[in-house]
Design a protein around this ligand. Structure first.
Ligand code: G6P
Length: 605
């Protein structure tokens, strides 16, 4: 989604803004722009990559030391130069950038048109600038407060106001905004990685706070224009975490980093073969735990689906898994003995955040599994388990997903132990298997070469099907999502038994079907399903445990993965699917890190 960068200091603002925007590129964007305050405010914007913007910026060479920048992921209006941010109001009172969606922009726009305001763009953002212009009373903070009162929706906004050339003003609601505090220079950004090269001291802005930033001062006001104290946090993240480290892409680096990501995730949660959570549940909560809701989006939702298989099997309580965009608008029945778990890499996904708030309103105990430290979901949950995968830059998630799976195994064992469904020895064995995962994942990554070969064939196809049963089914959904989102090949994941109910009619000569088979109990069933598609012409790639070698008689190609106990198999079975997606996309010469139309952090609904 859109990214915001701001700088107030002594250095050349345009250079710092461009560098910051590059660090926000991973969020996804289709145009970008900056505004630099000198004697005048100079606005430069371009459609497409930041390189194009940088070229224009170098030609114009703005000299100011204060400025704002933006990467735009189009929602209202096509991606072009006019719709790109920053937007300047008709009378030049304000120039601003915005992340979020203003839901009542049509009403405000027609009201302002009636008052003589002319609009240049199709964006919802331009109305914020024009409204601020209309309401301007000579004081930027009080005008921001009045503007915020009229806006419905979500926003993080940074602005340059005419007459206040040495300042940036900002406000937010439901979209993230971070202030970075340096020595005689201060920063503003949507996300921590953008400011990491400059400072680790941050203030995370809250909703309905109104901010004034200059090179040597930061002021935070509430919505009555009373100045507030604010607490600076030092961020414990290294800048090196956002480099490619010699890999051709962030995706490749992150796939190969998975053993480390999983190890870093499980290490703090296991002490002497016992599970230690970083928080306490309320007294007797787990003993009485009745049901679990898991709510998430995208790949994190697939982790939730996988968790259902594991938790229901090990903990013997029902698990309801919801897509966050559905959960937030339905009326889920939540009892006091229910636990609501929210899974999110970014910790900022708008629908997951809204679902968390809904669950809290209903009185639920909320637990989030989050990768990004200090993110909104982690801060607003009753309890959080961090996945410690490190900063994930590629839009398609890999190491965060693997780390989320690891947390699910640990939580399942924790619940099962408290509910007396695991003996001490069984717990110790299970924990030992979890601790063996980083090595097994590393071993699975050795199928890199065979997946590269298969990718040449896969890249020639227009449709691919993934089939699996039991715990392999959600991983098939994840494999299909991974391949389609970056290679643009149409892919679908199915429960193998469901294929006969329609989809098998799409199988013809040469159709690729990728079959995931890790559960011995379901092996024979899977063999029948594979034969069914083969007899209709499918080319079957089977991904199986090492001990299932007789599948070689049936499938066209076989990829072997290490044996694990059933519940932990997703951690290894997902690896070849990630590698197939990566190599197929490379084969098609698309950008593996920044697929078209997608955003890493989906901060609007
Ligand atoms: C986007 C990303 C996905 C991610 C989903 C949920 O669509 O591209 O990789 O799974 O959002 O994001 P979250 O940050 O909440 O895990």
């Amino acid at each position: 989604m859109c990214g915001i960068m701001g700088f107030a200091g002594k250095s050349k603002a345009s250079e710092i803004l461009i560098e910051g925007l590059r660090r926000l590129e991973y969020r996804g964007y289709d145009s970008s722009g900056i505004a630099v305050s000198n004697d005048d405010i100079i606005v430069i914007k371009e459609k497409g990559k930041i390189d194009i913007l940088e070229k224009s910026v170098n030609e114009i060479n703005p000299q100011g030391n204060i400025g704002i920048g933006h990467t735009r992921w189009a929602t209202h209006g096509i991606p072009d130069k006019t719709n790109a941010h920053p937007h300047t109001s008709m009378n030049g009172v304000v120039t601003l950038v915005h992340n979020g969606i203003i839901e009542n922009y049509i009403d405000i726009k027609s009201d302002l048109i009636g008052k003589g305001y002319a609009f240049k763009s199709q964006t919802d953002t331009e109305i914020i600038a024009q409204l601020f212009d209309y309401l301007f009373d000579g004081d930027a903070i009080s005008t921001m407060i009045k503007t915020a009162e009229r806006l419905k929706g979500s926003y993080a906004i940074a602005m340059l106001v005419n007459g206040f050339e040495d300042k940036i003003f900002a406000m937010k609601k439901d979209s993230p905004l971070i202030i970075g505090i340096g020595e005689n220079e201060n920063y503003l950004a949507s996300d921590i990685p953008a400011i990491l090269p400059y400072t680790k001291d941050c203030y995370i802005v809250n909703d309905n706070e109104f901010i004034e930033i200059s090179n040597n001062e930061i002021k935070v006001y509430n919505d009555c224009k009373i100045e507030k104290e604010f607490c600076v946090k030092t961020i414990d993240l290294g800048i090196e975490t956002t480099e490619k480290d010699g890999y051709d892409s962030f995706l490749a680096k992150e796939i190969f980093e998975q053993p480390k990501a999983v190890k870093n995730t499980i290490s703090p949660l296991i002490k002497d073969k016992k599970i230690v959570l970083p928080f306490d549940f309320p007294d007797n909560f787990v003993e009485k735990l009745n049901r679990i809701y898991i709510v998430a989006c995208g790949s994190a939702y697939h982790v939730g689906m996988t968790a259902k298989y594991i938790i229901e099997d090990m903990v013997k309580i029902p698990v309801i898994v919801d897509i966050a965009s559905e959960f937030r608008y339905r009326n889920p029945v939540i009892h006091k003995n229910d636990l609501c778990i929210f899974i999110s890499q970014s910790g900022e996904t708008a629908d997951t955040l809204a679902s968390l708030r809904k669950a809290k309103e209903k009185g639920a105990f909320t637990l989030s599994i989050v990768n990004a430290p200090y993110s909104t979901i982690s801060r607003e949950s009753d309890a959080v388990i961090y996945t410690n995968a490190g900063v994930e830059m590629a839009v398609a998630t890999t190491k965060a997903l693997s780390s989320q799976l690891a947390v699910i195994y640990i939580l399942s064992a924790y619940f099962a132990k408290i509910k007396n469904l695991l003996s001490d020895n069984e717990l110790m064995d299970f924990v030992t298997e979890i601790q063996a995962l980083p090595e097994k994942i590393a071993k699975t990554i050795e199928c890199n070469n065979s997946t590269r070969e298969l990718a040449k064939y896969i890249s020639t196809k227009e449709h691919i099907f993934f089939i699996g049963r039991g715990i392999d089914y959600p991983i098939c959904l994840e494999g299909a999502l991974k391949l389609k989102e970056i290679s643009y090949i149409h892919c679908e994941g199915y429960g193998a038994g469901e294929l006969k109910h329609g989809t098998i009619s799409l199988i013809e000569d040469g159709t690729i079907v990728i079959a995931l088979v890790t559960d011995k109990v379901l092996y024979e069933k899977m063999i029948s399903n594979i034969k069914e598609v083969k007899s209709r012409g499918a080319f079957v790639i089977a991904i199986v445990n090492e001990n299932m070698s007789d599948i070689v008689e049936i499938a066209n190609k076989v990829i072997y993965i290490p044996d694990t106990i059933k519940s932990l198999s997703p951690s290894v079975s997902v690896i070849p699917l990630q590698l197939l997606a990566y190599h197929t996309t490379k084969e098609k010469r698309f950008d593996v890190d920044k697929p078209r139309n997608l955003a890493k952090s989906v901060t609007v609904e």
